[in-house]
Design a protein around this ligand. Sequence first.
Ligand code: GDP
Ligand code: MG
Length: 424
Amino acid sequence: MNLDNLTICLRSIVDSMDFEQDEQLSSDILSICEYLESPYFRVAVFGPFNHGKSTLLNALLGTRALPIDIIPTTGAVISIKHGVELSTSINLRDGNQVSERGTDLLRRFAILDGDRRMRDDVLSVEMFCPHPLLERALEILDLPGTNDREEQDALVRSQLLKADLVIQVLDARKLMTLGEREGLRDWLLDRGIETVIFVINFLNLLEQQEQQEVRNRARYIAESFRANLPPGISNMYRVDALPALRAKLKGDTAEAHNSGIFAFESAIQSILESWASQTFQDLRFPRVLSVISQVKQTLYLKIQAAQTELQIASDSHNETVRSRQQSERKIKQSFKAFQKHQEPHDVLIKRGQLEMLQNLLSNLEPWLVGSKYETVTVPIRNSKVQKEKISENSSTISKTTRNSSKNPFDVFRTSKSVDKSKDG
Ligand SMILES: Nc1nc2c(ncn2[C@@H]2O[C@H](COP(=O)(O)OP(=O)(O)O)[C@@H](O)[C@H]2O)c(=O)[nH]1
Ligand SMILES: [Mg+2]
């Protein structure tokens, strides 16, 4: 399987699935896709504000390019890549780009304002630097501090997912507490991030005796993190960032060496070499497994929910179909019954004519009672059977008529007497 197919698959999951309940996962998937697609080896420098992250990177690159200050400064993620000269590009959300030589633009666009907020018109910030380390397709990310605002923390976390190496900067004067350490370790391990290097800064500000104590504690912290680094590469470095920067700017190699910056630099170089001998697929795929397995779990749960919903919907549809079929059957049955009873127009007319004739006959018959014509067949040219049938049919009416009045004139007599009484 190729990684391009994986990103297509993951992006289509984000596009077609509803992640309302789990926006974090959808943003993690997108971060992972960006990570898989990036042609750069990515190193993210991570830690709370004022731990010397920007100073450490300036020392590494031997330039004062990145803004450093005692107040929280870096508000945006600053992506540092190779360039023929030091320059900065700001990509704005409206699609425009502002580019300039040097890094003054960073002060205008990438640092926090008085309310410690980042400008919301900035989409991304890039700095280009002519350092040989960066020539090896390296992208370094100077991240905002993590202990200021929740939105900054979320931004930083998403960047860690996209990094091949995380450099966690520690302040020797206030090392992580046990809780912070375990929280961070679990968070990183849950996301399969095992390439973490610790850099302890500000050690030079401590007394000699205290320095050893803090170093031991820092080593203990580093050892508690599982490190998936090339063989022989330690996951713990001591760098005095500001002295290192000063020494580099002065060209004082001995001082730079004392600051610890060279040991750190050579570790980064060894890691880059080891990465260069691997394919992106080998390097990155193990890292994305954890997010993929979360996606799988979420898909599995959604499939279960969808199956239940489908079952309910199809049960209800089947019930509707069943009851409609039942109604249809009833309608058909009653229609059949109706058809049976419903005779064609000409049959009805003939039946009516027959009934009329039978009535006429039955009205006439009483007149012949007792006469020799009583049993005489009616003048219809029918067979005997037909005659019998006719007289059978007419018998009810005849009987009724006979019972009510033996003599058909009675009817007139009655009406006459009514008329008479009227007259009288
Ligand atoms: N004394 C001393 N100050 C340092 C050292 N490293 C950084 N600083 C100062 O600490 C402050 C914060 O540094 P910065 O790099 O902006 O920290 P970030 O917020 O983590 O990027 C700045 O004023 C730096 O000059 C160091 O090793 N020694
Ligand atoms: Mg900074």
